[in-house]
Design a protein around this ligand. Structure first.
Ligand code: ADP
Ligand code: MG
Length: 245
């Protein structure tokens, strides 16, 4: 692969007590690449995402962002979390702040932007995710799909180098899934580096450069979507695909 690496995991191992939840993980995500992670429940997908912005520590191995090892603490860690934005299944918006405040807050606190500057950027991003008119509302006044798009705008507001999505559409009613996937498709076309845990195989086929299949804490396959979906090599992947397709 010719692109510059942005996220590099080398021989990463992590345990929860006796559970060896990540086993010898080697994964490189290039700048501008979209990597979709799929696999059965409990295979370690969320844990893998969380190690990349250091919401989880690891027992051995190395993780680098843009050539630099992940910082352990302090201001550098806060900066890392801004540079690797994360979008969760539960939107995690502040209920007592408006949509605009939700998108502006971390820009002011972490990026040190003035309120006017932050609000201007927030309005641009809300427009980009189709929510310009929702700025003064509170999260509870929005649909789930709209709330998730606010969460994406909030992550983008930090000018991240990469975005991690952990099942961003799993909590949504079916009719709202596409509006979120369309925003993600557009981000992918715009060249954002993305790691996406999802069960949306249509998104994986159309947006992913690579599909990573995990099972029992290991990466079992790491291939293009065409290769993976037409000709999965492992029995585990075949079994998984037969259940979801
Ligand atoms: P996935 O996202 O693929 O469903 P997870 O990464 O959430 O998988 O979990 C992988 C395994 O680690 C599961 O067996 C889960 O129960 C366990 N696990 C996850 N988080 C914790 C934790 N904080 N403490 C102990 N075990 C955990
Ligand atoms: Mg998970």
């Amino acid at each position: 692969m010719a692109v510059d690496p942005l996220i590099e995991l080398h021989d990463v191992n992590k345990y929860f007590g006796a559970l060896h939840v990540l086993q010898d993980i080697n994964l490189t995500v290039g700048k501008g690449e979209v990597v979709v992670i799929i696999g059965p429940s409990g295979s370690g997908k969320s844990t893998l995402c969380r190690t990349i912005n250091r919401l989880e520590t690891i027992e051995s191995g190395t993780i680098k962002l843009d050539g630099q090892p992940l910082p352990a603490e302090g201001k550098a860690l806060a900066k890392l979390r801004a540079e690797v934005g994360m979008v969760f299944q539960s939107f995690n918006l502040f209920a007592h702040k408006t949509v605009l405040q939700n998108v502006s807050l971390a820009q002011i606190k972490v990026r040190g932007r003035k309120k006017e500057e932050a609000d201007k950027r927030s309005r641009e991003l809300l427009d980009r995710v189709g929510l310009a008119s929702q700025a003064p509302k509170y999260p509870a006044q929005l649909s789930g799909g709209q709330q998730q798009r606010v969460a994406i705008a909030r992550a983008l507001a930090m000018n991240p180098k990469a975005l991690l999505f952990d099942e961003p559409t799993s909590a949504l009613d079916p009719e709202m899934i596409n509006e979120v996937l369309e925003v993600m498709q557009q981000l992918a076309r715009d060249g954002m580096t993305m790691v996406v845990v999802t069960h949306e195989m249509g998104f994986a086929r159309s947006a992913a450069n690579r599909v990573v299949f995990m099972s029992d804490g290991r990466i079992v396959e790491d291939r293009t979507p065409e290769e993976f979906f037409t000709n999965p090599r492992s029995d585990r992947a075949k079994d998984f695909l037969s259940k979801i397709l």
